[in-house]
Design a protein around this ligand. Structure first.
Ligand code: AMP
Length: 503
């Protein structure tokens, strides 16, 4: 039985009376959670959801959202999580592309989204609110039986996750039960999860970080989840004394650092802070260590592959790197011909292993172009291995700037900019230039109270970087444009400044 939920159920059955979930002042024992999931599965079947059907979900984060996700796994349906920020026009695309039989939406959006559901041929539209209200919740309350776990093969689909894709059409990454189980097992071993752990969960449930990495590690090891509806630095600080593990995107850590109350005492029981989904600045890593004594463990992954690499639990956690490939996951760096290059050379990051997804939903041609003949998936990230095997990410292949025919890796320029005392963060990107084709441009934000002179920065940079890498312009912003997972949206910057050189 390769259904991920069968493994979760077996883990829950080991300690039925243990509390595994706390949310909104309520708690669930392992047994209560399994029974609740069983009733959710029964309700979904009553609505008309069958194994293999898709169920699209755009709701606020809540304990019921977890039960709904687990119920979809349990009955062998394919869960399609949708970012709560998506507007109707976007939802129309996702419904039309995924063709779910059932959609679950927030009660406040029912009127608009049920119309979208009708126009795209979705048969059933039900609601589930953040406080456990809605037509689906009512149906669950009426269930008297718990639906059984439906058998699934390892390569049967569990989830279709639309990738945030900063440009072009969103692609549905098809993720199987086997993908999820293998990745969760690797992470539990790598990060030493046990039933004694208490996980502070403040990540969204529509993205792999919060939905897979955080939930699966906790549920498969019998740990307790402290569920917070969203990340709020003060609420996190209040819960941290009870937590042993926190997972976050880099912004969580910069926001925690802005809280004067963050100190060693407030994190006395935490054994592990994990960061991922976007690069963690070396500065954040160092400041966090100085304040709390913790070296944040940075890991690297993506929707299509789950987690790929991680800094070690025991051993040196090296700032600015994402550590070593996880057990069972092969990572290689290649040139554009797909040939492996030696350590110390920048190239394409490629990945192979049981974690790698099954392809893009209904895009066989797109899928084919992203895989090498020998099965390696081309991540689109650029990186290199240090001499001793630590992986460093340098940027996205599509971020690569080619100025006057010369390659510029944004990360190198960003690191030089970040080293200026007044600079908080930077993003380096290419914009059209009449002479060079593309020119290097930079957006920076400043530390509180700092003032900088862009010309002085440029003069210093010219002594540190080749002229072709030095930005032609520096724009000072209040904040960098970011998506929900804290990734800087360079496409937004490229678009905003596309005419800066008067094209
Ligand atoms: P997503 O599919 O939304 O999870 O985005 C995956 C992408 O996020 C990767 O391909 C990387 O470009 C980026 N990413 C994830 N983790 C890290 C990290 N630790 N450092 C830098 N970039 C990261």
């Amino acid at each position: 039985m390769s259904n991920l939920y069968a493994s979760i159920q077996a883990s829950l059955a080991e300690r039925p009376e243990a509390t595994v979930l706390e949310a909104g002042g309520q708690t669930w024992t392992a047994q209560a959670l399994d029974q609740w999931v069983g009733r959710y599965a029964s309700a979904l079947v009553e609505i008309g959801l069958q194994p293999g059907d898709r169920i699209a979900v755009q709701i606020e984060k809540s304990a019921a959202n977890i039960a709904l996700y687990l119920a979809a796994l349990r009955l062998g349906a394919i869960y399609v999580p949708l970012n709560t920020a998506y507007v109707e026009r976007e939802i129309e695309y996702f419904f039309g592309d995924a063709e779910p039989r059932v959609c679950v939406v927030a009660p406040t959006r029912y009127e608009n989204l049920s119309a979208v559901a009708r126009s795209t041929g979705v048969e059933h539209c039900v609601t589930l609110g953040a406080n456990g209200e809605g037509s689906l919740a009512e149906l669950v309350e009426r269930q008297t039986r718990e639906h059984e776990v439906v058998a699934r093969a390892a390569n049967d689909l569990a989830v279709i996750c639309y990738t945030s894709g900063t440009t072009g059409r969103s692609k549905g990454a098809m993720i199987s039960h086997g993908n999820l189980v293998s990745n969760a097992d690797a992470l539990i071993a790598a990060w030493g999860f046990t039933a004694d752990d208490v996980l502070l969960h403040a990540l969204p449930l529509y993205h792999i970080h919060g939905l897979f990495v955080a939930l699966h590690c906790a549920l498969l090891s019998g740990a307790r989840i402290l569920l917070q509806p969203k990340f709020d630095a003060r609420a996190a600080l209040e819960a941290l004394p009870r937590a042993t593990v926190m997972m976050g995107v880099p912004t969580f850590y910069t926001r925690l650092l802005a809280e004067p109350k963050l100190d060693r005492e407030s994190v006395r029981n935490v054994r592990l802070f994990v960061s991922g989904s976007a690069p963690l600045l070396v500065d954040t890593f160092e400041q966090f260590e100085a304040r709390t004594g913790h070296r944040i463990l940075e890991r690297y992954g993506m929707t299509e592959t789950g987690m790929i690499a991680s800094n070690p639990l025991h051993g040196e956690r090296r700032a600015g790197t994402v550590g070593h490939p996880l057990p069972g996951v092969s990572v290689r760096i290649t040139n554009d011909a797909g040939e492996p290059v030696p350590n110390g050379t920048i190239g394409n990051v490629e990945v192979k292993g049981p974690n790698v997804f099954q392809g893009y939903w209904r895009m066989p041609e797109k899928t084919a172009t992203e895989f090498r003949a020998d099965g390696y998936f081309i991540t689109g990230d650029l990186g290199m291995f240090d001499a001793d095997g630590y992986l460093r990410l340098i940027g996205r292949a599509k971020d690569l700037i080619i100025s006057g025919g010369l390659n510029v890796y944004p990360k190198e320029v960003e690191e030089a900019l970040d080293a200026f005392p007044g600079v908080a963060e930077s993003a380096v990107f290419g914009i059209p230039h009449p002479d060079f084709g593309e020119a290097v441009a930079a957006a920076i934000t400043l530390r509180p109270g700092a003032t900088v002179d862009p010309e002085a920065i440029l003069a210093t940079l010219r002594t540190q970087l080749a002229a072709f890498k030095t930005p032609k312009r520096i724009f000072i912003l209040d904040e960098l444009p970011r998506n929900a997972m804290s990734k800087v949206q360079k496409a937004v910057l490229r678009d905003r400044y596309k005419d800066a050189f008067g094209n």
